[in-house]
Ligand binder design. Sequence first.
Ligand SMILES: *Cc1c(COP(=O)(O)O)cnc(C)c1O
Length: 451
Amino acid sequence: MKHLLQSLPQIHQLLQDEEFKDLQKEILKPIIQELIQSLRQQINNQEIHSLCLNTLKSQIKHLYTQRTSSTIAPLINATGVVLQTNLGRSLFSEEILQEVLPLLQTYNNLEYDITKGKRSERYIHISHLLCTLLGCEDAIVVNNNASAVLLVLNTFGANQEVIISRGELVEIGGAFRIPEVMKLSNSKLIEVGTTNKTHLKDYEEAISPQTALLMKAHQSNFRQIGFCSSVEFEELTKLATKHNIIDYYDLGSGYMKGLQTKEEPSILEICSKNPSLLSFSGDKLFGGPQAGVIVGKKHLIDKLKKNHLLRALRVDKFTILTLEATLRAYLNQEFHKIPTLSMLNLTQEELLSKAKKLHSLLDTIPNLKCQISPVDSLAGGGSLPQTPFHSYAVLLHSPLFKTSSLETQLRQKRIITRIISEQICLDLRCLFEKDFELIAKTLKEIVCKTS
Ligand SMILES: *Cc1c(COP(=O)(O)O)cnc(C)c1O
């Protein structure tokens, strides 16, 4: 054991080794220290009885590569779920990126009034577009919709009361819970109604001199069916106006336009009822960057701008630019520039034709059984859980593997799928034709290496 310990290479010798001459010493040193330390421990515990310098060197190189390479990489989304927080939510189109790229590589007037030679506001670049699109008085944008809720509640509800229905005190993905955000904002939560039913009179009876806000929160993908009822936001707006308080709707995944669904009204339709404040996520159905967009009455947005919390929730130029470009795409009805909409609007014919192309590539692979099948995809991101997005998929299985093992192997090659009745489902909705060859090649490698 003593002999083995003595034969451990010196750290400074390894650092100077010819094989590592091109590597950065500051990154290399802690790696070598770590590995030598672990070897020493293994020798002391009598877990190893010999040393191999070459193995150690290749371990060092392996760790070096691991620590200096990117951990984020492209994935192929074959799940059919368009908006997945885990997979990065909304995508940007080539067109939108080409519009913003030159502005990211140069100085610009993000917060500068060229005529006056004075500081201006970064929010004006998006507020005039939102006002044109939605007919609202003003708008502001923060980091995400969770920030938007926090800012609104803290600005208007701090040390006062906020009334909300018990049926809307939901938790959504990423542990966003309305009651917790209320606490953080220092506002007092006043729950009204019951889990399944809340009526307008429940709100009205709870209004007191301390009431600042009537709030509605979208239930996201939580749905109540059967004996249940809630109050339309429009009714809350009227009630708030009557009592001279503020109505606020945390809409979550609102959609602007260009989408066929009867499940809920668009942001535009909600805005036409003249609400005090409304906020929604930028990277859900809206299809833009991560952001929390707040629209509504000008005197209220002005108050939000005066809250120092806004400085901490401030968005950068990338968000402003991509949001602005997305809003212009909406204004000009250029929906093809918004991949989230394009994917959700794919027709049955388009999906079937894509399925046939993928199927013809996969059908030639030995040991793979595949067939085209109609499936339902989801919007995701907590949006429109009851709107079926009819799609087509290639379903496949292999006699060589259990389907769960095939799913794992595909996932490790960065192809994310789901399993439907013991078959791998490749839903065509979020697949790009440019990826078909790679999918075929990967599947071929998996089934041919074993046979
Ligand atoms: C998604 C969602 C949020 C949080 O929005 P982020 O943009 O993810 O911060 C808040 N409220 C509702 C109702 C949501 O659906």
